[in-house]
Design a protein around this ligand. Structure first.
Ligand SMILES: CC(C)(COP(=O)(O)OP(=O)(O)OC[C@H]1O[C@@H](n2cnc3c(N)ncnc32)[C@H](O)[C@@H]1OP(=O)(O)O)[C@@H](O)C(=O)NCCC(=O)NCCS
Length: 176
């Protein structure tokens, strides 16, 4: 796993560990909009999460980062960010999903999280360009990435089937 370890005021970003997986599962299954982070329109099982975790664990380009809210000695997992540095071009990275606990949304935490991760990717790994992919029906997600300065790059048509609809996939990018 690509190591991420950042402290930014009350937010701490660090690698998901095995003991966090039950909480990660809770977050993924928390509400229907989270299918936009998982790309799967069914509740996930602990087995599914375990498989994802093991795939990342053995891969030095991929990160699976927890967003922890720190209150004195307590670290509460309130979000997850997944992505990878490109295998062929190390100056490029993909953030494949971000999910923030619905009771902590719209407080700027997603924005701070992506800002911190992009800064680390740039400073520690010399990444200069970030790509994200988003399911076209995800209106909130689109606003989120636009607000962070991501620009539309291209659309992959009929990319994924969710809730009996075939959805396009939009690629956006930002130079950092
Ligand atoms: C997308 C998501 C990560 C945003 O996290 P968040 O912590 O709530 O976002 P922030 O509070 O940092 O918002 C940053 C900007 O995004 C936009 N935004 C966020 N939530 C929004 C909403 N519900 N409606 C409209 N715009 C929204 C706004 O432009 C906002 O800036 P502003 O507050 O200055 O207007 C969160 O809604 C989420 O987990 N959604 C489900 C999974 C998902 O869709 N992930 C993205 C695709 S992988």
């Amino acid at each position: 796993m690509l190591k991420i370890n950042i402290e930014s005021d009350n937010l701490v970003f660090r690698d998901i560990r095995k003991e966090n997986l039950e909480k990660v599962l809770e977050l993924y299954n928390q509400n229907e909009l989270n299918i936009y982070a998982t790309g799967i329109d069914l509740p996930m099982s602990l087995n599914d999460i375990n498989e994802k975790y093991l795939e990342v664990l053995v891969n030095s380009h991929e990160f699976f980062t927890g967003v922890f809210l720190r209150d004195s000695a307590i670290y509460d997992l309130i979000g997850v960010i997944k992505g990878r540095i490109d295998y062929e071009n190390n100056e490029e990275a993909w953030i494949s999903s971000i999910l923030i606990d619905s009771s902590y949304q719209k407080k700027g935490i997603g924005k701070r999280s992506i800002g911190s991760i992009m800064q680390l990717l740039n400073k520690s790994y010399d990444v200069r360009r970030i790509y994200i992919g988003i399911i076209a029906g995800n209106k909130v997600g689109k606003k989120f990435w636009q607000n962070l300065g991501f620009d539309y790059l291209r659309t992959i048509e009929q990319y994924i089937r969710l809730n009996n609809n075939t959805e396009d996939f939009i690629i956006m990018k930002k130079d950092i």
